[in-house]
Design a protein around this ligand. Structure first.
Ligand code: GLN
Length: 446
């Protein structure tokens, strides 16, 4: 059914980069056999899954939507890919994204842009745009994405589905091609909150292969979905409903807050005073980390090697010039500059300090409140081509998701109505490792 749906819809949505039809059919047959032999069903038994193309899958092409990796077939599975297999999900294929997860519209894919299933002239968001569009188009039951500054939540909002960015460290990054290691986090994109809880249950947990993996007990996420939010205290940051936020998005969020009130929760306006510095801080830190992480793509160890280099330096230069797209080059240049001697203190170190202030903003609010609620993005999806020539405008689309990433706390985007025929996303942000409350509130709301 999944492949039939892809055949029907993917010529227009273009969510997939690689299909795994033979592998998926073999895996499904294997599951049938195991079941017939009296085996127990895994948590995600037989569910068709899509995986973002920056998560390595053994023997299954993994390109990060970069021409640099157009021929790269990994020799191992990321921890999350292994966990999906052991939960008995079936991998349908690999999903499009902005190259190396840098972007918010899928227009930075080195292959082709994915389109928003609600209106194919519009972007699906990004960078996990292929994951969000595929779930929204009914091609897969759920997908995995990665979120560094909003890349799960923002495309989920634009495509009218549910996207969860877990607490930093809850889900292993082993086998996730690194963009900004202190921010990257893998999470589920699903049609509803219950599915999100199931997928999180399957992929969360300590992993000795990831040095930043948190060694915490994994609670029962599905069991947290009680439907009850009575007495929950919600803070609504005034910075998330002020300047730059589309009035129709604001209206949808205020409606959602009324619904929370009617369910027995309370809300109050709060302030996250350092929000205005978040985007600048993020682009310094994320680009710095990216410039270091992407140094491994040298034309020797992974992916495509340029032909006829004059010498070793020329090999690096040619391979990188040919392999990386424009946005990736822009970030490598920015990050290399920010990390260079003489500038480090002024930029990188300063940004680290501001990151701490942003995190403290959240700590302060969470002393009095259980959750923080606001829009996921300031607008709904925009037309393909509208912002691609203007990186600064594009960067501002993440104003509501980036601070959460810098603070490392969990957040979910759930659909909260429409504006001009396109879905609006509501962002529910929780305390570190309190995914249960985030999921419970999202489930009661949806
Ligand atoms: N849009 C943001 C960026 O371009 C976030 C990307 C992400 O979360 N991977 O960096």
């Amino acid at each position: 059914a999944s492949y039939a749906r892809i055949a029907e819809t993917d010529a227009s949505v273009q969510a997939f980069l690689t299909l795994n039809e033979e592998g998926a059919r073999a895996a499904a047959a294997e599951l049938d056999r195991a079941l017939a032999d009296g085996g127990e069903q895994g948590l995600l038994f037989g569910l068709p899954a899509g995986i973002k193309d920056n998560i390595v899958t053994e023997g299954l092409r993994t390109t990060c939507a970069s021409q640099f990796l157009r021929n790269y077939d990994p020799i191992y599975d990321a921890t999350v890919a292994k966990k999906l297999k052991s939960a008995q999900a079936v991998t349908i294929g690999k999903l499009n994204m902005d190259e190396f997860a840098m972007g918010g519209s899928n227009e930075n894919s080195g292959f082709h842009p994915t389109r928003n299933p609600w209106n194919t002239d519009y972007v699906p968001g990004g960078s996990s745009g292929g994951s969000a569009a595929s779930v929204a188009a009914g091609q897969v039951y759920f997908a995995l994405g990665s979120d560094t500054g909003g890349s799960i939540r923002q495309p989920a909002a634009y495509c009218g589905i549910v996207g969860l960015k877990p607490t930093y460290g809850l889900v292993s990054r082993y086998g996730l091609v690194a963009f900004a290691s202190s921010l990257d986090q893998i999470g589920p994109l699903t049609k509803n909150v219950e599915d999100s809880a199931y997928v999180l249950q399957a992929i969360a947990g300590y992993d000795a292969n990831d040095s930043t993996s948190a060694n915490v007990d994994i609670p029962d996420y599905v069991g947290a979905l009680s439907g009850d939010v009575k007495g929950l205290r919600i803070g609504v940051p005034k910075e998330y409903l002020g300047q730059g936020i589309d009035p129709k998005v604001k209206e949808a969020v205020l409606e959602a807050l009324k619904r929370f009130e009617s369910l027995g929760a309370t809300w109050e306006e709060v302030s996250l005073p350092h929000t205005e510095y978040a985007v600048a801080t993020y682009y310094l830190l994320a680009s710095s980390e990216a410039s270091s992480n992407l140094a491994r793509f040298d034309g020797v160890r992974y992916g495509v090697r340029a032909d006829n280099p004059d010498n070793l330096l020329d090999l690096y230069r040619k391979s990188r010039s040919q392999g990386f797209g424009q946005e990736v080059k822009r970030r490598i240049m920015l990050g290399t500059y920010a990390l260079s001697s003489g500038y480090y203190d002024a930029y990188y170190l300063k940004a680290q300090k501001v990151r701490t202030l942003i995190k403290r903003d959240f700590d302060d609010v969470f002393e009095k409140f259980d959750l923080i609620v606001g829009p996921t993005a300031p607008t709904t999806a925009f037309p393909i081509g509208e912002q691609i020539g203007d990186p600064l405008t594009m960067y501002l689309n993440d104003i509501c998701t980036i601070p959460v990433s810098l603070a490392g706390v969990p957040a979910i985007s759930v659909p909260c109505g429409f504006a001009d025929g396109l879905p609006v996303g509501l962002q529910i942000i929780g305390k570190a490792f309190d995914e249960r409350t985030v999921l419970r509130a999202a489930h009661a709301y949806e």
